[in-house]
Design a protein around this ligand. Structure first.
Ligand code: SAM
Ligand code: CA
Length: 292
């Protein structure tokens, strides 16, 4: 495991999962998928005698039920049409279908999308950044919340997925706010940090990419975000694995990234340059408000 202040090596772009965020009335989608998972429950790891207990599973499904309730009551009925369209398009993506079956998905959940949209409005953000775009759900949530002359510098190593969602973003009339850069984010941040004119210029930054680089991003982003501005680090509960016992049978990539997420959470908690608030929205998001 890398330590605070060292360079954290990025191994691959694979990611990112959360308990279900999906629409209605298909096998891929909420009620039926939930029932399928319930039926398959006995087949999933971890069975006894490992130290994950039935209580953990019940807690997991309780959390799932809360999220379904929130989605159906407060989120889906008010979800802007373009976000709904993009969410449904993303649900047909092969990565999404595969990851749904393993209880992991790439895209930001609709409740978190609603949260980001409101946050951007609450802080009157204008100049923003996103690291980790995929098909653009969180990007669209941000773009819709920004004023007409708002900006998002969006970075992802994969342009193809971004281009899947781009027609919907264009149709929503917000594509002009987005500058997309294809490639790893770290060199772009280094370039931005080299020019002092960029320091303290971002109102809001959403980080949802390679977890093994989050501390490297943080080192640079703290310079780039303005005092009073907010950085949001996504997936800081890492599918609940942050509280899993050491011998819990986690999937390989969950175990690998867990150490980085744990280390990030510890580092953010003691960083005197920021105030933090870690929320159990989606797979966990930690908001960092720069104070010095
Ligand atoms: N925020 C997105 C959404 O709402 O759909 C989900 C982002 S997905 C969880 C993570 C993304 O990070 C992937 O699209 C992946 O290609 C990208 N990624 C991985 N490593 C990266 C890196 N080093 N620099 C930039 N993007 C990276
Ligand atoms: Ca995420």
């Amino acid at each position: 495991m890398a330590t605070n202040g060292t360079e954290h090596k990025h191994q691959n772009g694979q990611e990112n999962f959360r308990h279900q965020e999906v629409g209605h009335k298909s096998l891929l989608q909420s009620d039926s998928l939930y029932q399928v998972h319930l039926l398959l429950l006995p087949l999933y790891p971890p069975p006894p005698p490992c130290s994950f207990r039935i209580h953990d599973w019940l807690t997991f499904f309780r959390h799932f039920e809360f999220q379904q309730y929130i989605l159906e009551t407060s989120v889906y009925p008010r979800e802007p049409e373009p976000m709904k369209e993009l969410r449904e398009l993303t649900a047909k993506h092969p990565w999404y279908i595969y990851l749904s079956w393993t209880l992991n998905i790439m895209t930001t959940s609709a409740d978190e999308g609603q949260f980001l949209n409101m946050l951007v409005k609450l802080i009157n953000a204008k100049n923003t950044m996103e690291i980790g775009v995929y098909t653009g759900y969180s990007l669209l949530a941000t773009a819709l919340a920004l004023p007409h002359d708002g900006k998002i510098l969006a970075m992802d190593i994969n342009r193809e997925n971004y281009e899947l969602g781009l027609p919907i973003i264009r149709k929503a009339g917000v594509a002009h706010k987005i500058e997309f850069k294809e490639g790893p984010a770290l060199p772009v941040l280094d370039q931005l940090v080299r020019d002092a004119k960029n320091h303290g210029t971002y109102d809001f930054i959403f980080v949802d990419a390679d977890k093994d680089n989050y501390l490297n991003y943080h080192k640079r982003l703290v310079e780039l975000v303005k005092v009073g501005g907010v950085i949001g680090y996504d997936n800081t509960l890492w599918n609940g694995s942050v509280v899993a016992p050491p011998d819990a049978p986690l999937r390989k990539y969950v175990r690998y990234y867990r150490d980085f997420v744990l280390e990030l959470n510890k580092a953010l908690a003691v960083d005197p340059r920021i105030e933090i608030c870690q929320l159990p929205v989606g797979d966990g998001i930690t908001l960092c408000r720069r104070i010095s």
